[in-house]
Every structure is written in C-alpha cells, then in structure tokens.
Design a protein around this ligand. Structure first.
Ligand SMILES: Cc1cc2nc3c(=O)[nH]c(=O)nc-3n(C[C@H](O)[C@H](O)[C@H](O)COP(=O)(O)OP(=O)(O)OC[C@H]3O[C@@H](n4cnc5c(N)ncnc54)[C@H](O)[C@@H]3O)c2cc1C
Length: 490
C-alpha cells in the first residue's frame, strides 16, 4: 500500500543549504514569485523558455485585458520597480497585453535584483530529485531537486525548492470534444489562441468564413474582432460553435465588477441576436478534414477549405469553413513533472485541495476564495504549482489570485508559516453566474447553419438557442462565468 502524508514534511537539510529556489516560467506570476523570494533574502533562479520575460503574454499582445492595472500589479514587484524609479500606470486603465509587457513585466525583469536571476531561452524539460525517482521515499524531503534545463546545451540544475509557474498557454486543448489529439495532425487552417484578426492576421481572415469554437472570453474576443473586420472586408463570414445549448455562458451581467468583461458578453449577445454571426450550438466536434477540392472564397482567393465533422444533438453533422479558431481553453503540461509526487484533482488537474474550489461543474460562476500554500501543497515537499497552471483546466484564473499564491508560498519557504496561512486578498465580485439576464430577453433568431459543399449528413436545423437558465446563483468574489458542461469556456 502506498502511504501519502497529508501534510508533507518541511525540508531543512544541510544538503539543501545554499541551493537556489527554482521558478519555472517568467510570466507575471513567475516574476512575482521571484520578487517575493528575493525580498525575503532567497537565492532565486527563473527559467524562461522564451526569448523574453512574459513571452506567452507577447503572443496575445494585441488583446486588451478586462482587468484594470490596479488588479494586475503584484505588491513585491511594485516595490522592486519603485526602487528602480518606475512610475505606475493609471490604476483605473486596462492595458493591452503589449502594455502589460512594456509598462510592467519588462521593466520588472530589468530591475537589477531580478535580471541577474533570469535565464531566458531555457526550457525546463523535467523535474526530479537528485538520485531519486518518484518511488524513493527515504530522506526525500532533504534531497535537492534536479531540473533538466534545455538552453541549447541541456544541463541538470539543483534547487532546494521549485515553483512551477509555466502557465498553460503552450498546451491548448485539442479541438475534439473527446479531448483527444487528432491522429492525423491538425490542418494548417486551424489556429489556436487569440489571432490578431484586426492586425497582423487580418489577411488570413478578410473575406473568409471562420468558425470560432469555444464558449469563453477568448472566443468572444475573436468573434468581436471578426465582426469589426467584416465591416470593412466584404465576404467575411463568422460562425460560432459551442458544445452546450446556451449562448449565454460568456455573459457575466451588468453587476460584474470587472466592467470590461461584462461588456464583452453584452456585445457578443447583441451579435447573436442581430444574426451577424451564425451560432451552432450543441455541436460536438470529432475531426477536421482538409478538403482536397479547392473552394473559391468570395474574394476569389482559392483556399483549400476545411470540413469540421462532429455530432449535433446526436446526429452526424459537418460544417464547412475556410479557417477554424480553436478557443476551447488550455490544460497544464504535466509531462515534465512525471517524477514529482503530485496531488491533483481528478477533474480539473489543479492541486487537490484547490480543484473543488474552481471546478466549473460545481461553481457556475467559476469563483474561488483567495487561497495560498495550504491549498497548493503537493505530497512532494518544497514543490508548488502556482499561477495559471495551478488552475489546471479551469478557466477562471486572475492574476491577483496568482500573486497571493506566490506571496503565501514565499512566506512558507521562509519559515513564516503563520503569515503563509493568512490570506491577504479581496477579489472583485463577479455578478451574474447563471443567466438571469436572459430570462427576460427575447429569443435569439434561429440562424442558418452553413451548408456543406459536398453531401454529408445534414446539420439539423437549429432550434432557437436557449439563452436562459434562471437558476439563482450566489457568487463568491472573483472569476468569470462557466457552467457545468462548459468545458469549452476559457
Ligand atoms: C487573452 C488573455 C487575457 C487575459 N486577461 C486577464 C485579465 O484581464 N485579468 C486577469 O487577472 N487575468 C487575465 N488573463 C489570465 C492570466 O492572468 C494570464 O494568462 C497570465 O498571463 C497568467 O500568468 P502566468 O505567469 O501564470 O502564466 P504565463 O503568462 O502563461 O507565463 C508562463 C511563462 O512560462 C514560460 N514557460 C512555459 N513552459 C516553460 C518551461 N517548460 N520552461 C520554462 N519556461 C516555460 C512561458 O513561456 C511563459 O512565459 C488573461 C489571459 C489571456 C490569455
């Protein structure tokens, strides 16, 4: 029988003395972790796979965040920045990803204290213990961690503790509703993340028919950008596939204290109601086929086209389009943690005690109470997952939550156990979680579903998508809107 300690022992071995604490990933939360640890006098090394700090944020630089600056700044990081003569942006403004980088993350990473800890172009490919795989228990807590780091010349680096803040941006969910990767690969016309529809990627979308898949705020942002593009690029068509019955899941309501987020929901709702986009609800995607026969787009530009196969209300269905934007969310990359004893929630793959607090099956508004080291502890002493990655597959992470997580972990690693267990965070209230807004709203007009180019099982005529679930719901502070079968929310 395997015995797992509910509370792992705290490590204090001389073998660990003098070793740095390793942070994996120099995103906002990884940099904040380093700032808190430095403030408490630790040696720190931060490994970042990209060629700059915040390299995941750089890939969505064109997106405006819904949170204002006051919710995006970590306190220890601000203290480091102010010591270097930094001026804070207006706390009430909401930056773009590019501004988050240029006004905050890059100056932070350039402070003297942090810049000497940072190792760019350094991907952590595996974490273990020196001379110990995950089956060895004796003196485990006293044995240094070993991180395999690929910086072009792979090396093993020893550390006394590890905080994994690698995010989930680089491991998007597959398009298929089963969660399985395609065996035949993904066609080039399937894009993930948040393409810059109105900027650098405009030429790909103008005059084309795009199918956006997913029911979260990333999908919503892409839909709104495509609608703006359609105003100036004739022939641009938009379809939106969701797995559930309701188009209202991204709506957070007027009482969302994150105003940018509330307005995104309202604007997408207006698009659906006006018929400017075609909503395909209850669509479970199986595969995407690259069509052999070239279709001619309305711009006259030949394009191979895609056929998205799946099921709609139990019947085979297919949708033809030129491009697919996969906005079905992200999952944590756990492969590099194979030799680490993780305690993960069965459903969302978050740390076990955190999982039930953020599981969208249990929390219709995806809210979570502020939490720290207690909820983030694994059976592996001295190892923590924080930031976006700590939420596993749950879509509702906020930076303010991540900053409090690493503040608490830093206190724990500094022997300040009481401080580590004292929560120092108030999150904004989310507002509507189920959709009482929609109870009084008119039914959404039934849009036409795109017709396949060659005979395939017909897509059943959609009924008017159900917008309303009037079940009252109380929201704990923070988070955004997701409902039980809303696994495509991100
Ligand atoms: C479009 C968008 C808008 C958002 N808007 C908001 C908002 O308004 N408010 C809010 O609070 N939150 C928002 N979020 C959510 C969240 O705050 C961000 O995703 C944030 O970037 C998460 O920070 P992080 O440091 O945990 O992860 P990331 O920013 O993803 O950083 C992880 C870093 O780790 C690096 N990395 C990955 N794997 C490895 C490895 N193996 N070795 C070394 N380095 C590695 C990556 O390159 C990356 O730089 C938004 C997210 C997105 C995508």
């Amino acid at each position: 029988m395997t015995m797992t300690l509910a509370v792992p022992p705290r490590a204090s071995s001389p073998r660990l003395a003098g070793l740095p604490i390793a942070v994996i990933g120099a995103g906002p939360v990884g940099l904040a972790a380093a700032a808190h640890l430095l403030e408490r006098g630790h040696e720190v090394v931060v490994f970042e796979s990209g060629d700059r700090p915040g390299s995941a944020v750089a890939e969505w630089a064109h997106v405006r965040l819904f949170s204002p600056w006051e919710s995006l700044l970590d306190r220890a990081s601000v203290r480091l920045l102010e010591a270097a003569g930094w001026t804070s942006p207006d706390p009430a403004d909401s930056p773009t990803g590019a501004e988050l980088l240029s006004r905050y993350l890059l100056p932070l990473a350039a402070t003297p204290a942090l810049s000497r800890c940072l190792r760019l172009n350094s991907r952590v490919t595996a974490v273990s213990r020196q001379g110990m795989d995950r089956t060895r228990s004796t003196a485990r807590a006293d044995t240094p961690f070993l991180l395999r780091v690929d910086d072009g010349n792979p090396t093993d680096v020893a550390a006394r503790a590890v905080i994994d803040t690698a995010g989930t941006w680089r491991s998007p969910n597959p398009l298929s509703s089963s969660g399985l990767e395609s065996e035949t690969g993904t066609p080039a016309g399937v894009l993930t993340g948040l393409p810059d529809v109105l900027g650098g990627d405009r030429h790909r979308f103008a005059g084309r028919h795009t199918l956006v898949v997913g029911a979260g705020h990333s999908a919503a942002a892409t839909l709104l950008a495509l609608d703006r593009l359609a105003e100036s690029a004739p022939g641009t068509r938009i379809s939106w596939a969701i797995r559930g019955e309701s188009a209202a899941r991204i709506l957070t309501g007027d009482d969302d204290q994150v105003p940018g987020r509330a307005s995104i929901g309202r604007r997408v709702d207006a698009l659906v109601r006006s018929g400017r986009l075609t909503l395909i609800d209850r669509f479970e995607i199986d595969t995407v086929e690259q069509l052999e026969t070239a279709l001619i787009g309305v711009t006259g530009v030949p394009t191979p086209g895609l056929r998205v196969h799946g099921r709609r209300a139990g019947e085979s269905a297919a949708v033809d389009c030129d491009l697919v934007v996969n906005a079905t969310g992200f999952r944590p990359d756990l492969a590099m943690l194979r030799e680490i004893r993780l305690g993960l929630d069965d459903i969302v793959e978050a740390p076990r005690a955190l999982g039930p607090l953020i599981d969208p099956n249990l929390h219709s508004c995806g809210t979570v109470p502020p939490h720290g080291v207690v909820e983030l502890t694994h059976p592996e002493p001295g190892f923590y997952i924080a930031g976006m990655k700590s939420y596993g597959r749950a879509p509702t992470f906020l930076l303010a939550t991540g900053y409090e997580q690493v503040r608490s972990i830093a206190d724990e690693l500094s022997g300040r156990h009481e401080a580590a267990r004292t929560v120092e965070l108030t999150l904004p209230a989310t507002g509507v979680c189920s959709t009482s807004i929609a109870a009084s709203a008119p039914a959404v007009p039934t849009p036409a579903v795109p017709t396949p180019a060659v005979p395939t099982p017909a897509v059943p005529t959609p009924t008017a998508p159900t917008i309303a679930s009037t079940t009252p719901s109380t929201c704990a502070p923070g988070g955004s809107c997701c409902t039980p079968d809303d696994a495509t929310c991100c």
